[in-house]
Design a protein around this ligand. Structure first.
Ligand SMILES: NC(=O)c1ccc[n+]([C@@H]2O[C@H](COP(=O)([O-])OP(=O)(O)OC[C@H]3O[C@@H](n4cnc5c(N)ncnc54)[C@H](OP(=O)(O)O)[C@@H]3O)[C@@H](O)[C@H]2O)c1
Length: 334
């Protein structure tokens, strides 16, 4: 093991606009060995998430920023290859937040054992991991869906969106997706079971919203913010709930974010808009994963991953999220 190399990316500068390769340093260093109470994980898959862009910024957020010089924060899944920790054995598979690197030492805190026989490892970064849990609590506990209601979901074919859409259907709602391109929309309807999907890249989404939500929108699960949020606000129904899960259209702004223009619709329709951060449900992650796993085992929950090979490609691969080039949960295979 001592001859092994750990490949890793550190944050070198706070990006302005889109992150670029020079905002990171790439290093190859010898793999460290675990001390008493520690274990060594060979990371196999790294989760690439839109939130990573926000973590690179200085300033107060829901989580401290990644420090300059620190290994870039990222969700991971991998195999225990050495252990001096009583609760982890060589051959265990674990998910955690071990960063953009190919090996990581851990004291076990924050690691969760996963079973590659139940589902392929990348699914633990997707429907059975953070994005799935976000969709689960966001829709069920912030959105409070009731059977028969109309739920609109943006970035509908993405990691969070694909799970949110399927849960909406499981709960007896009508699910209307918004996604970029015919291929993603087809996938949302034919594979994920959305009732319809509006391709926002074809033109304004107002006609599609009017056609597919004739009585208005009860729940909007917003992953993108910007003009799409504004458009959906014009279609809210009385007592609608708008879940602010993300605003990916704004993450690379170099000018201040412009808030929603049509927010008076909240007043007119006695509606509510509420932000959510998945970390708030950390004590209940197990509950969500058990339910998501059961739905997956029953064939009621599908998920798609977009796997790119080579940790060395990290800075460029991350950008796929912001151009919509990813199709499904973006995962880096080490
Ligand atoms: N609050 C939380 O706790 C939490 C947790 C996880 C994720 N999130 C948020 O949830 C959202 C989705 O994350 P994800 O991991 O599931 O990513 P994802 O949907 O798998 O990938 C991002 C997608 O966003 C869409 N997109 C990118 N730029 C856009 C733009 N300018 N306008 C409209 N759509 C754009 C693209 O899809 P199209 O090709 O369809 O446009 C792209 O594929 C993000 O905003 C993320 O920050 C929040």
């Amino acid at each position: 093991m001592s001859n092994q190399t750990n490949k890793l990316f550190r944050l070198a500068a706070r990006p302005v606009g889109m992150a670029k390769r020079s905002d990171f340093t790439y290093e190859e260093v010898p793999v460290a060995q675990p001390n008493d109470g520690e274990l060594l994980v060979k990371i196999q898959y790294i989760s690439l998430d839109p939130a990573m862009r926000g973590w690179m910024n200085a300033g107060k957020s829901y989580i401290p920023p990644v420090e300059i010089g620190a290994i870039m924060r990222a969700g991971t899944v991998g195999e225990v290859v050495a252990s001096r920790h009583p609760q982890f054995q060589v051959g265990d598979f674990v998910s955690g937040t071990q960063g953009v690197q190919s090996y990581a030492i851990s004291n076990g805190k924050g690691l969760v054992k996963v079973d590659p026989k139940f589902a392929p490892l990348p699914k633990y970064l997707n429907a059975l991991g953070m994005p799935g849990i976000t969709a689960y609590f966001g829709l069920l506990e912030v959105g409070l869906p009731k059977a028969g209601e109309t739920v609109v979901i943006s970035a509908a074919s993405g990691a969070v969106g694909q799970v949110a859409g399927q849960i909406a259907k499981i709960k007896g709602c009508r699910a209307i997706g918004i996604a970029g391109g015919a291929e993603k929309c087809d996938y949302a309807v034919k594979e994920l079971g959305y009732d319809a999907c509006i391709d926002y890249k074809r033109g304004p989404i107002f006609p599609g919203l009017a056609q597919n939500c004739p009585e208005g929108v009860d729940i909007y699960f917003d992953n993108v913010g910007g003009d799409i949020l504004d458009a959906v606000l014009t279609r809210l129904r009385m007592k609608a709930r708008v879940i602010i899960c993300g605003a990916i259209s704004q993450y690379n702004n170099t000018t201040p974010i412009v808030g929603p223009k049509n927010y008076m619709s909240l007043l007119v329709n006695r509606a509510r808009m509420e932000g959510m951060v998945v970390f708030d449900w950390a004590p209940r992650y197990g509950e969500a994963v058990r339910q998501l796993s059961q739905w997956m085992a029953e064939g009621r929950l599908k998920s798609r991953e977009d796997i790119v090979e080579g940790i060395e490609t990290f800075p460029e691969t991350l950008l796929k999220l912001f151009s919509g080039e990813n199709f499904g949960k973006l995962v880096l295979k080490v």
